[in-house]
Design a protein around this ligand. Sequence first.
Ligand SMILES: [Zn+2]
Length: 598
Amino acid sequence: MVTQQQVESALQSQRSLPQIRLGDALIQEKVITEQQLNDALQMQSKDRKMQLGEILVGMNAVSKEVIRRVLAQKLGIPFVVLSKFQFDPNLIKAVPGDLVRKHGVMPLYQTESRMVVAMGNPLASDAIQEFAFYTRLKVDPVMASQEDLDAVIKQFYGEHGDSQNISDLVSELDVGAESTAESALSSTITESDNTLVRLVNKIILDAFERGVSDIHIETVKGNKPSRVRFRKDGVMSHYSEIPFNFRNALVSRIKIMSRLDISEKRQPQDGKINFEQFGPAKIELRVVTIPTTEGLEDIVMRILAAPKAVSIESLGLSAYNLEGLKKLAIKPHGLLFVCGPTGSGKTTTLHSLLSYINTPDRKIWTVEDPIEITQEGLRQIQVHAKIEWTFAAALRSLLRADPDVIMVGETRDPETAHTVIEASLTGHLVFSTMHTNSAVESVVRLLDLGLDPFNFADALLGVVGQRLARRLCTSCHRAYSASDDELEMLAHEYCAETDLAPADVLAQWRKQYMLESGGITLFSAEGCPKCEDSGYKGRVGIHELLINSAGIKRKIHAKANVPEILHAAMAQGMRTLRQDGIEKIFQGHTNWEQIRTV
Ligand SMILES: [Zn+2]
């Protein structure tokens, strides 16, 4: 049995079998006698922790193999060949390695109310109870060979944690390096070398399991090792070094996985890895090779492993922004933009909005490049600029495909801009993103693209501006009482380029955030093992929401400039990105160091 479907149907038929105890089954099979069973049960009554199977094996009444066969045949517990099973990496991420290693139990997949786990002894009730307690799911055990279990647990969870495992692999490479020292520069290691293949798989699996967004492989000339770094939550950090004589094979291996030309070293190449073909996880990676110097190439891989859409409530929106966005998202037609620089979480926000309105009574098309988040119920289209299947072209086709809602990955050219306006004016709800710094700037940019101000003003529902700031690690953040100087500085920053008075803002903060002791608590970044000593873990969204109104429309008609539109937007309640960020400092999510650059 190697697929989820096979295991599911075996579990179904197991449920329809009459309930039978292991002891009775063994007697029916005539592998033990009544007397042996009674002796074993008596021993068990003295020590409830001992399992009947273990006791019988200890008594030499029966072998482990026989018990396993009886479990499979009589109790109908499915036996799974793990080496060929397609594991769910998200479940693997969700179940901690300590729990898995402690019991030697491997999670296979999860349904709404149940988790199916593979174990050597599917009657081990303590393991089942602990898994059920941790996951709050009913646990269905299936059987697997101990050898298979050990192998997959090592592969997915490592023996003593991940970092040790990668250095084990690298030191294996080093041994190889010494033995071929003379020909090291010409690299006798080929791209099909077994350890190299495992190493590349390990890098990708580690990156995925750690929630890394990008893998950077940086090659250096001469006999210096290649460096592998990971970017996570926007921050680069060292991962590993690979001995220099594996440089060519490493690059070639990744090119082969990406279906790129190995011999082309002078031109950059773009490709994609469908990791499922090479390793035990459904991970997609976008790959770029960049020629650097003297025939060397760097490789950057972006992990596209389908993350799930997050709910609109968990985006960290302020009450004003959340309520406003929800109202805009259920409009029957109009145009809603999310804007921000690369990596500011625009796609995440768009998919949260889509999931909020993703109901059977709406037809939702998306046009994306690349598709980073998949959602059931959406019809998602990948654009291919090379064959002229562009955002604008796809959008024109979709207008004939009876849509209610269309999401367009990015609006960056006049043609797409005109088409999204047309789509929203003809009765569709259109979401898109722009690569601009603020909500108001997006409005001005769209006017600059040559849109008719009256059509645009009619179509526009609103614009979300956003950033991601690093979130303080809650395991080590340190609370302190903010000094008057710090509060004044924050109030000053809060009011910059607005009509607000710092003294009023300060008074409001004291009312809202002051403790009985008279101080206002802020938090500083410290550092602990949980955040790799950075003081930060994960990120927090910073937002601003410009809601179109009669006042804003007049500004658009008049092709007003940024300060004029900003003034009108703030007068109707908008808080700027920086203001939202400062609020999030007071709420304890982040600190000024992270917000000052917003
Ligand atoms: Zn920490």
